[in-house]
Design a protein around this ligand. Structure first.
Ligand SMILES: *Cc1c(COP(=O)(O)O)cnc(C)c1O
Length: 397
């Protein structure tokens, strides 16, 4: 049997490949440079143009650009009315920001478990965690696959809860032929470089509600308004603006907006290539019983952000740690998504015990995300498959 690189053998890949990477072309660079040569550097015409474009991409009536995906979640949570004493139900299998936004508002995150096969929040678990104090649900489209939006929306309707969909992974995904962004009360996006399209840093909130939209605009810029209808002391003085609540500076710059507009020109291409790679992985791993693959639900036409493999410990002699390290040594730089949020020491100190969500905890211990990004060549894809099969063969029971 071929010696693993971790034990001194030759690595499958000569150069490392990471689990995600941005793709920037000359058009992107030109778009940014053009803004830098213009008059408006921040929150100007490019941001407005981008908001219109994202309305088309997401099917939402309104989109507000902000400085990053975390700011988008924060403002969505504020506009959802989350405040001290409120409970908000959230998945633990996510980046911490999905729950932190609840803490920012003084609310209490309540973790509902995920389904063991789809990795998305389980509507039944949401139902079982509802109390008098529950105000909202934060649902994450993990890896880009849409959560069970019909079921979750029904629960929210019955209990008068706001639904925030964290779609940081899911730009371009459709649920039952409706675009993600047009369905929940708020849908948030992130444009960090590792996501499907990037602004360097950037975020967006999509909503169909005009009132909430105006609130989001105001919160993005200090809680200050120029609209006399929103003022306590309205005047027609041209210079007058008024802070009517406590907001933030979460504005996006125009050069970031220009970058994202240029990236969105490539979104269909990006998704098509990612879909091809996913198909190739699915095919290659179908013959590996040691790997469990994420179940795809037919309701979601998924624009895939992550490809997660799950180890079947009954058929392997290694731990997840050993498998991860072996792949790393083969120059396949995998990553783990995610540490259950309440396992972070900060949440532990807040009093969340281990064992709250057994499925999320099990998944955390057995999954890793393998390389998936637009600019991977077919050779890259095959090398990842070869490396995984090599490590599987070594540790097969
Ligand atoms: C990336 C991400 C965020 C945070 O987005 P930033 O733009 O990095 O602030 C939030 N939720 C999920 C699920 C993410 O993947």
């Amino acid at each position: 049997m071929e010696q693993l690189a971790i034990f001194g053998g030759e690595p499958v890949r000569k150069t490392p490949i990471s689990y995600g990477h941005q793709y920037i072309d000359d058009a992107d660079i030109e778009a940014v440079a053009n803004v830098l040569r213009s008059d408006a550097l921040t929150c100007g015409p490019k941001v407005t143009e981008l908001e219109k474009r994202l309305c088309e991409v997401t099917g939402a009536n309104y989109v507000v650009m902000v400085s990053n995906g975390t700011a988008a979640l924060h403002l969505a949570a504020m506009a959802a009315g989350i405040t001290k004493g409120d409970e908000v139900i959230v998945t633990p299998l996510t980046f911490a920001a999905s729950a932190n936004c609840i803490l920012y508002c003084g609310g209490t995150p309540v973790f509902a478990d995920v389904k063991r096969d789809t990795y998305n929040i389980d509507p039944e678990s949401i139902r079982s965690h509802i109390t008098e104090k529950t105000k909202a649900v934060v649902a994450v489209d993990f890896t880009g696959q849409a959560v069970e939006l019909d079921e979750i929306r029904q629960i929210c309707k019955e209990h008068n809860l706001m639904l925030i969909e964290d779609a940081a992974h899911a730009i371009g995904t459709q649920y039952k032929n409706k675009k993600v962004g047009s369905i929940a009360d708020f849908t948030t996006f992130s444009f960090h470089p590792v996501k499907t399209v990037t602004a360097g840093e950037g975020g967006a909130i999509a909503t169909n509600d005009e009132k909430l939209y105006h609130r989001l605009l105001r919160l993005r810029s200090h809680g200050i308004t120029r609209n006399p209808d929103e003022m306590v002391h309205p005047t027609d003085a041209m210079w007058y603006n008024e802070q009517v609540e406590l907001g933030y500076n979460y504005r996006m710059t125009d050069f970031q907006a220009a970058l994202l507009l240029s990236q969105l020109d490539k979104l269909d291409r990006f998704i098509e290539r990612r879909t091809q790679i996913v198909k190739r992985y699915n095919e290659a791993f179908a013959e590996c019983p040691e790997l469990v693959l994420q179940r795809e639900i037919p309701e979601s036409k998924t624009a895939r952000h992550l490809y997660v493999i799950q180890l079947n410990p009954e058929l392997l002699t290694c731990t997840r740690r050993e498998f991860f390290d072996a792949l790393y040594a083969e120059n396949v730089h995998v990553q783990v998504h995610y540490l259950p949020v309440y396992w972070h020491s900060y949440y532990e100190k807040l009093g969340y015990p281990k064992g709250l969500c057994p499925n999320a905890e099990y998944l955390y211990e057995h999954v890793m995300s393998i390389p998936l990004f637009y600019s991977m060549t077919d050779e890259d894809v095959e090398s990842v498959i070869t490396a995984i099969k090599k490590v599987l063969a070594y540790y097969r029971r």
